[in-house]
Design a protein around this ligand. Structure first.
Ligand SMILES: [Zn+2]
Length: 273
């Protein structure tokens, strides 16, 4: 903790956060201690655009998931990151999460690497609309849909039985009269927009510390920034429950829950600076 406090106090920290950041807000991680990958296969871009039945099932599940996502509230970890930003110690926040909880916790200028569930895009005309609007339209199109769930996945998806999603009506884009709508998130099998990636690399290159919070760095989409920082000799700190695929590049690792570590880190940093 001492080295981490020292590096943090020096400022210019770039935060890279993952699903572990939101587990204490009731959104279970895919791969963490209570990982959901065993019971949930995330939607891939290819399946979503290529299979109308899979798309209908996705929207039914996501319709339930969205309501649960809007009920999730930021935790001490999110608030700690926002606090560090207000103290002027952060150069940027990059998150792999699509739940918007960093912003709800008071953080600004968050780069959402994998997009956000708050937006919906049309794959035909590119029109972008709010999820609230789509939620309203889906409710109107499915007045008798009553399915519910107890657990939501980090991508806003929930598990429903086949008979629960039967007959769910999907709606199309209004702007171009029927274009295929997709949540504004990067699905598995899809690439992150190049400009967003470039922006993240630029942040990392100027960083005094790359601080990974709650990510097992399993996918290259996040891990590449860790590899890049290490190559440039920029210190990498990783706070995560369990080992990560970036540990070999890390200057230091802390294996503990974020809700415990971050408030303590703030106390130490506040005393020091
Ligand atoms: Zn459209």
């Amino acid at each position: 903790m001492n080295t981490l406090t020292e590096l943090l106090s020096a400022g210019d920290v770039v935060v890279l956060s993952g699903a572990g950041m939101s587990t204490e807000s009731g959104i279970p991680d895919y791969r963490g201690p209570s990982g959901s990958l065993n019971r949930h296969t995330p939607m891939t871009y290819q399946t979503f655009v290529g299979d109308p039945a899979a798309r209908r099932r996705y929207w039914a599940r996501s319709h339930v998931g969205w309501r649960m996502m809007t009920e999730a509230t930021p935790n001490d970890g999110h608030r700690a990151v926002a606090h560090l930003q207000r103290r002027g110690l952060l150069a940027g926040i990059v998150t792999q999460n699509v739940d918007g909880l960093h912003q709800a916790g008071g953080a600004r200028a968050v780069i959402e690497l994998h997009g956000s569930l708050r937006h919906v895009v049309c794959l035909s005309c590119g029109d972008s609309t709010s999820r609230e609007e789509l939620d309203h339209r889906l409710r109107q199109a499915n007045p008798r849909f009553t399915a519910g769930a107890t657990t939501v996945n980090p991508d806003g998806d929930v598990g429903l039985r086949e008979e629960e999603v039967d007959g769910f009506q999907v709606v199309g884009c209004r702007a171009c009269d029927g274009g295929m709508l997709k949540p504004g998130v990067v699905f598995f099998g899809e690439t992150v927009p190049a400009e967003r990636v470039r922006q993240c690399y630029a942040l990392v290159e100027r960083a005094g510390l790359l601080l990974v919070l709650g990510s097992s760095l399993t996918v290259m989409s996040g891990r590449r920034f860790v590899v890049h920082a290490a190559k440039l000799g920029i210190p990498v700190g990783i706070v995560n429950q369990g080992p990560t695929r970036g540990d070999a590049y890390a200057t230091l690792t802390v294996d503990a829950p974020l809700g415990t570590v971050l408030p303590e880190l703030i106390r130490l940093t506040d005393t020091r600076t």
